[in-house]
Design a protein. Structure first.
Length: 310
C-alpha cells in the first residue's frame, strides 16, 4: 500500500507537499465561490474521528474480494460530481435515476459504498454524507493500487434528486474528441489541462466492448460483456496509461485523441514521461473536481442510506 501524503493523522502535523497543494487549491476555490466554503480537511475530526479510516477499511476489504472495486469507486466519484455536483446523487435508486442512464449502466462499486456507510452509521449515525464517502473512497482507490494519496476536504451534503437525463447530458462519451471533451469539462469549471490529468484515472480498470474505439483491433475481439484493460497495468496506479496512448494503443477514442490532437499532445507526452509530476497534478485536480456543486444547508442532507433520501 502506498503512503498517504499526510504522514500521521490526515490533518495532523508533518503534511507532505501534496497535502500542502490540496490546501492551497481549496483556499483558492474558497476565494472564488462561496459554495466551497463548507469543505475542509479534517471536517469529521470531532464528530466522527475515524471516518476516513472506516472508509479505507471498507475499500480494502472490497478489494480483497475484487480488485475492480478501486476503479469502480473512483469512477463513481467522477460520475457523481459531473451531474448536479458532488452530492451522492449517482447512488440513488429509482426508475429514472442517474444510475439508469446509458453512461452509468456499467458503473460498479455501489455495494462498497453501502458497506462503508453501514460501518459509519454503526459508529457515527447521521454524520458522514454519502458524497464524502465517495470522495474518501476515490482517494483510497488510488492509495490501495499503489499511488500517492492526498488530504480530502470534506463537508459535502447529499442531494435529494437524481435524474437520468442529466447524466446522459453531462457524462463525457468514450467516443468524444478533444473539442467535445474540452467543452464538457469547461461547463464544470475545468480546463483542458485538468481534463488531460483526470483522464489518467484510466490507469486502473477496464472498458466494456461498447466503449472500445471502432478502429481498434480489440473491437474485433468483442463478444458479449467482454472487457479490456485500459492500460498495460490495470491494477496499478501509474502513468502507463499515457505511455499507452503515446504508443497509439489507447483503448477508447477519448483516450487516443489526447495524443492525436496537437493541442493536447505535449502535456500527454509529459505525463507519459513524468509519473510523479502527473500524480501531483492529479491530486490537485481531483480536489477541484470534488468541489463542484457542493450542497450546504437546506439544499442537502446526510442520508441514512446512500440509496434513498431520508
Amino acid at each position: 500500500m502506498a503512503t498517504r501524503v499526510a504522514d500521521s493523522p490526515p490533518y495532523g502535523e508533518g503534511r507532505s507537499r501534496l497535502c500542502w497543494w490540496a490546501m492551497v487549491v481549496v483556499m483558492a476555490l474558497q476565494s472564488q465561490t462561496g459554495t466551497v466554503a463548507a469543505l475542509r480537511v479534517g471536517y469529521y475530526a470531532l464528530s466522527c474521528p475515524n471516518a476516513e479510516g472506516i472508509v479505507m477499511n471498507a475499500m480494502a476489504r472490497a478489494m480483497q474480494r475484487d480488485t475492480g472495486a478501486a476503479p469502480g469507486v473512483l469512477r463513481l466519484h467522477f460520475h457523481d460530481c459531473f451531474v448536479d455536483g458532488c452530492d451522492g446523487s449517482v447512488l440513488l435508486e429509482g426508475p429514472n435515476s442517474e444510475k439508469t442512464a446509458a453512461p452509468n449502466l456499467n458503473l460498479r462499486g455501489f455495494e462498497v459504498v453501502d458497506e462503508a456507510k453501514a460501518d459509519l452509521e454503526a459508529v457515527c449515525p447521521g454524520v458522514v454524507s454519502c458524497a464524502d464517502i465517495l470522495a474518501f473512497g476515490a482517494r483510497d482507490a488510488v492509495e490501495l493500487t499503489g499511488g500517492v494519496g492526498w488530504s480530502v476536504p470534506a463537508g459535502r451534503l447529499d442531494g435529494r434528486e437524481s435524474v437520468a437525463a442529466r447524466a446522459s447530458a453531462d457524462i463525457p462519451d468514450p467516443g468524444f474528441d478533444v473539442g467535445q471533451l474540452n467543452n464538457m469539462f469547461a461547463r464544470k469549471g475545468l480546463t483542458q489541462s485538468d481534463m488531460i490529468v483526470l483522464s489518467g484515472a484510466h490507469s486502473i480498470g477496464r472498458a466494456h466492448c461498447v466503449s472500445v474505439k471502432s478502429d481498434s483491433p480489440l473491437r474485433a475481439a468483442c463478444e458479449g460483456g467482454r472487457t479490456f484493460s485500459l492500460d498495460p497495468t490495470p491494477e496499478r496506479w501509474d502513468n502507463a496509461y499515457y505511455a499507452n496512448v503515446v504508443n497509439q494503443q489507447g483503448v477508447m477514442s477519448s483516450d487516443q485523441t489526447l495524443f492525436d490532437s496537437s493541442g493536447t499532445r505535449p502535456e500527454t507526452m509529459l505525463n507519459a514521461a513524468l509519473d510523479t509530476t502527473w500524480q501531483l497534478r492529479f491530486s490537485q485536480v481531483i480536489v477541484r473536481m470534488g468541489a463542484i456543486g457542493v450542497r450546504s444547508g437546506p439544499d442537502g442532507e446526510v442520508r441514512r442510506s446512500c440509496r434513498f433520501v431520508n
